[in-house]
Design a protein around this ligand. Structure first.
Ligand code: NAP
Length: 298
């Protein structure tokens, strides 16, 4: 048997920190990228028990890890342990990507940008001058709201079961772009109601709640399909199942639909580019995207 020499004294080490971690597909994505690009690096998932995140981050820094991803439930808490956070991460209040540059840890959040890249790739268009509704006001909805507002969305509706959380995100957006965001309560939405945002004709509608995610796949945040109008672009950030009830409702009404697989893919691509300080060539992205999306769909 030949000597296994792929991992050696010069291998860059990257990790994913979270809990639970068993179902992650990030190692498959990042290790495939390193293989395709011929980069000597390895990416490993690390399950970190609650209360141990600080120890873990200090440990990775001491061991000279080149960077790492952070997932549930540590995206907010990790900001306590990094050295540098930019304006966007401060606004979002959470990070999913950390880069170790000469012993200093820099925090980034590639979720919103990953969604934007997926959206642009899928539709061939962006957000400038358009209207959007985000359903949900959790951590990921917040990242999407900040990204869309930075990218010139003209009007943004934040709709959530807990109104206060929607209001917090709307206030955050309006601080930078006064008058752009409006908060609504999910229970106040009714089809064909005068002034309803959906009948008012939002260009883009995004489900950023966890409703409809495996295993409870018969749920949708929108009860009545007549909220959707033909021609709207309707996105779900859930990727399991590939077609949520929310997306099925929208498709039946003649909307273009996009699931969360592209976002998952591109947030990883963007993290990798930050770690390696490279721009991944389009042909590599295209060929990996085809394989990875097939892999997720299995
Ligand atoms: P989170 O912070 O826990 O937020 C969950 C959101 O869902 C909140 O707005 C919550 O409303 C709402 N919600 C939950 N149960 C609900 C119900 N029964 N009725 C109405 N609203 C409900 O979660 P997150 O981290 O933002 O993640 C949200 C989803 O995005 C998850 O499904 C996650 O897997 C997915 N995600 C996908 C990607 C990707 O790359 N595609 C990346 C990150 C996250 P309240 O505020 O009222 O509780």
């Amino acid at each position: 048997m030949p000597v296994f020499e792929e991992i050696n004294g010069k291998t860059g080490i990257f990790a994913l920190l979270g809990c639970p971690i068993e179902h992650t597909v990030s190692p498959q994505l990042h290790n495939s990228l390193s293989h395709m690009l011929g980069i000597n690096a390895v990416y490993v998932p690390l399950k970190i028990e609650r209360g141990r995140l600080g120890d873990a981050v200090r440990g990775l820094k001491a061991c000279g890890f080149s960077g790492f991803n952070i997932t549930i439930p540590y995206k907010e808490e990790v900001l306590e342990f990094v050295d540098e956070t930019g304006e966007e991460v401060k606004a979002i209040g959470s990070a999913n990507t950390i880069v170790n540059r000469n012993g200093r840890l820099y925090a980034y959040n590639t979720d919103g940008e990953g969604f934007a890249r997926a959206f642009e790739t899928f539709t061939g268009t962006g957000f400038k001058g358009r209207t959007a509704a985000i359903i949900g006001a959790g951590g990921t909805a917040r990242a999407l709201a900040v990204t869309l507002s930075y990218r010139g969305i003209s009007k943004l509706y934040i709709i959530n079961r807990t109104y206060q959380r929607a209001l917090e995100i709307a206030d955050l957006v309006n601080l930078k772009r006064p008058g752009t965001a409006v908060a609504s309560n999910l229970s106040d939405l009714a089809p064909n109601k005068d002034g309803d945002i959906f009948t008012g004709g939002c260009d883009i509608i995004i489900n950023a709640t966890s409703l409809g995610m495996y295993p409870v796949i018969d749920k949708s945040p929108v009860e009545d399909s007549s909220f959707f109008k033909a021609g709207q672009i309707v996105c779900d950030i859930i990727y399991n199942p590939a077609k949520t009830k929310f997306l099925k409702q929208a498709e039946e009404r003649g909307c273009r639909i996009m699931n969360g697989m592209g976002m998952l893919f591109y947030q990883g691509i963007l993290a990798y580019e930050k770690w390696m300080d490279i721009k991944i060539p389009d042909d590599i992205i295209n060929s990996l995207s085809t394989e990875f999306l097939k892999y997720l769909d299995k």
